[in-house]
Design a protein around this ligand. Structure first.
Ligand SMILES: [Zn+2]
Length: 357
């Protein structure tokens, strides 16, 4: 089977998709944090009561959808996105609404699937950029304690320069790199290794911070001390991590991209944190606040689709929610066209552009 075909041979600036290099000018409207296929059953947290457990192990249906949506993590079937045909249908909705590129942030431990991603990319014509490296400690491989920082850095570099395993299919970004709160020893190693791999490849780093407002600051300190280029680091899940304006500005000053990547997830209950999950309206208000403070060129957006109940097929908002609903809503809330262009096209393109000499 054909794997990697490079469309632009000796380009010094390129974006690396699962089907090979493309020109940065072909990136277009992008969502920077999604999971096209994912095995997220590691997050399954079934209730203890018998009748609730019955629902926890049922397939997702119209009958249980309301129960599932209140807490995505209490139904096992909900946490597995494994059907390529469904993925194609969902990505075609994104394409139909003008989307062109998507970062699949599924890293080691949650079912990253290079061959399937390349099949889906061919069938849809969407540019899929695959992530390198490791998700959170709880899904690290058993031999993680034995790996040192340089071993891990070489693994990440190889996933970008040579390909994942023996597939020949290359990653185009480092991450999402999983960090828990408190950060574990092995997660600390992966962060330092990511900084080294960044200097070896020129790729950006996408971070999944721990669920605590101190986590992004701790991560940035570690990355910075390990020599990372913070202007090419994307701090994900900002809306569920920092909701205080002063703290947000303190973080913005450190120079990473800030990713509002949970658009569409609106719930009265967020089971994993002391913070509430915010609404889409609040997300746009946070973005407006950052733009007003001069950070238009530092913000990106996504939906972080990771479960069935967030797909259009199962009554969710899908991968096209930002394109279909949020861009018009941003306009209504007086975010300017140049700022929307930065969020949706310019900033993602810069994040994904790998420069070689
Ligand atoms: Zn994440």
């Amino acid at each position: 089977m054909f794997t990697n075909k490079d469309n632009s041979d000796s380009n010094s600036k390129f974006v690396q998709t699962v089907l090979g290099k493309i020109n940065p000018s072909d990136v277009g409207p992008t969502t920077t944090h999604e999971h096209i296929l994912i095995d997220f059953v590691c997050m399954f947290n079934p209730p203890s009561e018998a009748s609730e457990r019955f629902k926890a192990f049922q397939p997702v249906t119209m009958e249980n959808l309301g129960w599932v949506r209140y807490d995505h993590f209490r139904n096992q079937d909900n946490l597995l996105l494994a059907d390529e045909n469904v993925a194609v249908e969902e990505l075609l909705l994104f394409k139909g609404h003008g989307g062109r590129s998507i970062i699949d942030a599924t890293t080691i431990g949650i079912g990253r699937d290079p061959y399937a991603l390349s099949r889906i990319a061919r069938l849809t014509g969407i540019n899929i950029i695959m992530g390198a490296g490791y998700y959170v400690d709880s899904v690290h491989p058993h031999n993680m304690d034995k790996k040192n920082i340089n071993d891990i850095a070489d693994e990440i570099t190889n996933e970008i320069k040579i390909g994942v395993g023996d597939t020949g299919i290359k990653c185009g970004i480092i991450g999402e790199i999983g960090c828990s709160w408190p950060l574990t020893k092995n997660e600390h190693k992966v962060l330092e290794a990511s900084a080294i791999a960044q200097s070896q490849t020129g790729a950006s780093i996408l971070i999944h911070p721990g669920r605590n407002e101190k986590s992004p600051f701790e991560i940035i300190k570690i990355l910075s001390e390990a020599g990372a280029d913070l202007s090419r680091v994307v701090m994900g899940h900002i809306e569920r991590t920092i909701q205080d304006h002063d703290t947000l500005l303190e973080l913005a000053k450190l120079g990473t991209y800030l990713e509002y990547d949970l658009f569409g997830w609106e719930s009265s209950y967020y089971p994993l944190s002391h913070l509430d999950m915010v609404s889409d309206g609040a997300r746009i208000d946070f973005i407006q606040f950052l733009i007003n403070n001069g950070y238009s060129e530092r913000i990106v957006t996504g939906q972080d689709v990771f479960c069935k109940s967030r797909l259009a097929k199962y009554g969710g908002h899908g991968y096209h929610h930002i394109m279909e609903n949020m861009i018009p809503r941003m306009r209504e809330k007086n975010i300017s066209e140049p700022d929307i262009h930065n969020l949706i096209i310019k900033n993602p393109t810069e994040i994904l552009t790998i420069k070689t000499n």
